[in-house]
Design a protein around this ligand. Structure first.
Ligand code: NAD
Length: 414
């Protein structure tokens, strides 16, 4: 991670650009000891060491917590806090995919405020900016730096931390508050070179889902639309090339992931993510793969004029179908005068093609989930998805029975 290779963005839209660590700089700024939060694979493949060398050169010490696993749990967060407390760290560096970054965000919160109630944090609210339960202010004891190694979640710039409560029903909760946004995000494509093809594909399709959901969200705005549309275009242009190992395309996908993150941390997501959170946790399907499988079904559902209207007061009229059509036109999947419903079909077809060229399963059944197991869980999955924080920003307010039908369709595929 030579200095000249570091591109960094601050977490503000109006950040001042590049940040590089100078020799002795951490010491000069009063930082003494850091904890790198990562997973075993990245630890063994020296990603943490590369960051650690920079920390040492900048005059601080560090230790590594490398026990994060995909879909981080409350237990992992607690273990990580014990390490941070023992070392009295004053900065945290998350090095990894969404799992490592989310675990670090969770531990950051409880390291600084051990008495915070998880039950309070997980309460969903239509607009998190106006929530009754207040997240505590972070950054008094430690600063958080996030270095993503997958090009998918955008967690390095988002207000979300997705934590699984294994002991109480194995539920995946997207905790959401701007106070969880890392202080610094370092977007360096070098960290993505070791990704195997399947992770490139799963996480790349996660980017697409973020950007599409942000674009049709009831909280979409002029500011988020530009980011979302650009990220969608980048995925259609670069994901297949990145999958086939093109280094420039890999870098572009890394940027697209962060750009989509900036879009959805402001516009939020939707039903697709609600369903993917519950499906991934229960059936052990990687997050991006679960999102991609559900995406064509959720798009078709959202693109059908609803009987029950979305509840966000600023979403005055239903426009989701037109918005999907705009995406298809913008990406060049159809012409400007293609009717809306045909344009939506073009978008769905293009997503399936992208999944096919990147060798992804197109239905839940093809992920090795048995029919008996899935059908025994589908009622509960549907209730849990309805309850998920992300459902609140979906352009159609779903009935639990409709969510169940979507799960069933996505199980068998077309
Ligand atoms: P991940 O972090 O779970 O990692 C998946 C696998 O990829 C792991 O085995 C990891 O070791 C490996 N890996 C990571 N980087 C690698 C690299 N450079 N080379 C080789 N292997 C590498 O995967 P993810 O998709 O990045 O994150 C998924 C998690 O993020 C889920 O829990 C999901 O719910 C959450 N998420 C969070 C947000 C948010 O805003 N906070 C948004 C979307 C998803």
């Amino acid at each position: 991670m030579g200095r000249e290779r570091i591109n960094a963005v601050t977490t503000s839209f109006f950040g001042r650009g590049s940040i590089g660590l100078l020799p002795g700089e951490l010491k000069k700024r009063g930082y003494r000891r850091g904890l790198i939060v990562t997973d075993r694979f990245l630890f063994e493949h020296k990603a943490a060491d590369r960051v650690g060398e920079q920390i040492l050169a900048a005059g601080a010490e560090y230790a590594v917590f490398y026990l994060v696993q995909p879909n981080p749990t409350i237990q992992v967060v607690n273990d990580c806090i014990q390490a941070a407390k023992a070392l009295e760290v004053d900065f945290l560096v998350a090095v990894g995919g969404g799992s490592a970054i989310d675990a670090a965000k969770g531990m950051w919160l409880f390291y600084e405020h051990p008495d915070t109630s998880f039950d309070g944090l997980r309460q969903r609210f239509l607009d998190i900016r106006k929530r009754a339960f207040k997240f505590p202010k972070l950054g008094q004891k430690a600063k958080l730096v996030a270095i993503p190694t997958t090009s998918g979640t955008g967690s390095e710039v988002t207000s979300f931390s997705v934590i699984t409560d294994k002991q109480n029903g194995n539920i995946k909760y997207p905790l959401a508050d701007y106070r969880l946004t890392p202080d610094v995000a370092i977007i360096d494509p070098q960290f993505t070179r070791s990704m195997p093809k399947s992770i490139v594909a799963d996480t790349g399709l996660d980017v697409l889902t973020h950007a599409i959901e942000a674009y049709v969200s009831v909280m979409a705005s002029d500011y988020t639309d530009g980011l979302a549309l650009h990220a969608i275009e980048m995925v259609f242009t670069y994901l297949e090339k990145s999958y086939n190992g093109d280094p420039l395309a890999r870098e572009k996908m890394h940027n697209a992931s962060c750009i989509a993150g900036m879009a959805f941390t402001n516009a939020f997501l939707g039903l697709n993510h609600s369903m993917a959170h519950k499906l991934g946790a229960e059936c052990h399907i990687p997050h991006g793969r679960a999102n991609a499988i559900l995406l064509p079904y959720v798009i078709k559902y959202n693109a059908t004029k609803p009987t029950k209207f979305a509840s966000f007061p600023k979403y005055k009229e239903y426009v989701a179908d037109e918005r999907y059509a705009k995406i298809a036109r913008r990406v060049g999947l159809c012409s400007a005068d293609t009717p809306i419903s045909e344009a939506v079909d073009c978008l769905v077809k293009a997503i399936r093609e992208l999944m096919t060229v990147t060798e992804r399963p197109l239905c839940i059944k093809d992920c090795g989930v048995s029919e008996a197991e899935f059908m025994s869980k589908v009622d509960e999955l549907s209730y849990k998805a309805f309850e998920d924080q992300c459902t609140t920003a979906n352009p159609v307010y779903p009935l639990v029975s409709e969510i169940k039908e979507l799960y069933r369709e996505a199980y068998y595929g077309e």
